[in-house]
Write a protein that binds this ligand. Structure first.
Ligand code: ADP
Length: 319
């Protein structure tokens, strides 16, 4: 094999650039040529393909977003779109593809593998919702962004003795909410993976207030409830002045943390090694701080789980 391609797909996440850099440098170190495909699968269909040299990935390891841009592409979900993608890759002389993205992007990569075209998936999303890995590239940075925001809101919550509901991202996964809630001592955390009992939430808020708590922080995962509606309900049922902040897209950008840069570098370099060794249809991940790999289709069949022990701990610590 002499030529490999790389694209980033789905939602951007901090650390994608570190992954691109690692793919390019590792591949060139092993005498391969690397081709960057802009705008994910959309760029693949539009032949937006260009060579990447060592210098092209200089000065990006610390930058959020993705140098290769990203997109969502409906056409690629069709059989015709996928056949055209393989045709374009083969016409460009690219023999294998590394896809950095979330589970949707992995499904796309798996379709290419089914057509006989070798792909490797590198998990990149702030949602941490890709099965087969304990962490995805970007989760740690987003988590730290959320913590920073909650710390600031906490100052105001204390000064005004208010209840604050903060809605965080995560799509259908509660990881961002759970980790940020535990890291910031939130009174209540709502995640899609665990049922919530409104009576109990109200009871806990009132009990805290009686004990002299100056404020309460409630973290709501976007997949669990609508923060604005939930805040209204909390205010009605407790009588406490309640404000809602929906953090939104500030969670997606920013300079990646050291953890995400290192994770991205390790995962991406392993992806190149897997291609060199003739693998296809596999994803890389991190489990117990070891870089692992497994078939994408096997990983995608696993349900996403949050750490239930962490959830119960958060409840115990916020009595
Ligand atoms: P993420 O990769 O972050 O989960 P999406 O779910 O939006 O983001 O997927 C990104 C892109 O991957 C989609 O726009 C589409 O082009 C491709 N994709 C998603 N699901 C499939 C699928 N089942 N088959 C083929 N391609 C898919």
């Amino acid at each position: 094999m002499k030529n490999i391609g790389i694209l980033t797909s789905g939602g951007d996440s901090p650390g994608m650039n570190a992954a691109i850099r690692a793919v390019v440098r590792k591949a060139i170190y092993h005498d391969l040529r690397v081709w960057g495909i802009n705008y994910g699968y959309a760029g693949l269909l539009g032949n937006d393909i260009h060579p990447l040299e060592i210098g092209d990935v200089g000065d990006i390891i610390h930058r959020g977003g993705t140098k290769l841009y990203t997109a969502r592409c409906e056409e690629f979900k069709t059989k015709e779109g996928q056949a055209k993608a393989v045709e374009n890759l083969e016409a460009a002389g690219i023999e294998a593809l590394i896809v950095v993205g979330g589970d949707g992007s992995f499904r796309g990569a798996q379709e290419l593998t089914k057509l006989g075209y070798p792909t490797i998936g590198v998990p990149g999303t702030i949602d941490n919702d890709v099965p087969g890995t304990e962490f995805t590239i970007g989760f740690d940075t987003a988590l730290n962004t959320v913590i920073d925001a909650i710390d600031k809101i906490r100052d105001t919550a204390t000064s005004h003795e208010r209840t604050y509901v903060i809605e965080v991202m995560g799509r259908d996964a509660g990881d961002l909410a759970l980790w940020s809630g535990l890291a910031d001592g939130a009174e209540t955390i709502l995640i899609p993976e665990q049922p919530h009992d409104m009576e109990d939430i109200v009871h806990r808020l009132k009990r805290g207030s009686k004990r002299g708590k100056k404020h309460s922080i409630i973290i709501v995962a976007e997949g669990a409830a609508n923060g604005v509606e939930f805040g209204r309900e909390v205010q009605e049922k407790t009588g406490f002045e309640t404000r809602v902040t929906v953090l939104g897209h500030i969670q997606r950008g920013g300079s990646p943390t050291a953890f995400d840069r290192v994770l991205a570098s390790r995962l991406a370099a392993r992806a190149v090694e897997l291609l060199i060794d003739g693998n296809a249809g596999r994803m890389v991940g991190i489990v117990n701080n070891q870089i692992i790999h497994k078939p994408i289709d096997e990983a995608l069949q696993e349900p996403h789980r949050v750490d239930e022990t962490m959830y119960h701990l958060s409840q115990e610590l916020s009595i």
